[in-house]
Design a protein around this ligand. Sequence first.
Ligand code: FES
Length: 376
Amino acid sequence: MTKSGSKPVNPPLWLLAELTYRCPLHCAYCANPLNLGDPDDELSTDDWFRVLKEGRDLGAVQLGFSGGEPLMRKDLEQLVAHAKGLGYYTNLITSAVGLNEKRILALKEAGLDHIQISFQSADPDLSDAIAGKRHAFEHKKSMFKAVKDNGFPMVMNVVITRQNIESIEAIMALAIELEADFVELATSQYYGWALHNRDALLPSQSQIEEAEAKVNAIRYSQQGIGPKFIFVTPDYHESRPKPCMSGWGNIFLNIAPDGKALPCHSAAMLDLPHPNVKEHSLSYIWQESESFNHFRGFDWMREPCRSCNEKENDFGGCRCQAMLLTGDPANADPVCSKSPHHHVIEEAVAKANQGCHSAALARTVKNSQIILSVKP
Ligand code: FES
């Protein structure tokens, strides 16, 4: 084990393979970066084989296939089989658009352990409107059933925003109808595209409180039977930041479609020399690179984090959120009420509490450029 400063570097337990930023959906809450790069620069199958092997050698045990939409990659089944052979626990994070019975069987045969399918609403019209794709809802439902019938543990993921928070009971009823095993009702995180749309997406305090009460009432009525519901409230409504990624360069390693290795899915926008797996080994990247060591541990912290007795719980929050909202990633995450920049969060919440008057902008990619368009 090599050292960073005086502390040993933990293994990257969780590897996230963002296979592509291409996606058939246009969700306004997408947290992908604004600059999606050139799809022709995506890692090849052989590149991924090497990276997955190096990740396993470093100690990674869990592997997520994500995107964009990972089903857009025709070699997904090959990558799953390779990962399984290396001993990973594999998880596919998908919209199910592009999935069919044949691919489900092929993924099963390849050894995939787990599938998470995203839904946008329990109402077909609203769901298709949020996703920006007609008939996506019915397809997702039928694929959810087919995946379940093939014996996969099923996770339903629903990003909660102003557009669907008031129908959270109907979303939970859908999860019960589809016999989901786990349901993540996670409020949107405001990065990338979602930050552009924050005013249109961020729920008010009363909407959060009402939704939480509904979730708790349904949980209580379940008496331990049916899906396990997890409700994640937005950090904007908290006074302490989330321990983002469980600490920078601590357990999480993200590989972007073009091979950039990142300590989180948003880090590419930070002004750091992001190493690429096309040029460096994963071992060098994880243990030695400037990017992964920059915010590792606690030595980089300024006040109020440096002397804070909660720093080992939250690691100063999220470096990307600090950059996006204060202009400097070394600042405390402004979600923290001790941050001198906390007013930017309070202002956003005050706006949300007053009601929203903006339209969300759909995520659209054309010739690798994102085009803004107004979604009703
Ligand atoms: Fe980058 Fe939180 S998303 S550190």
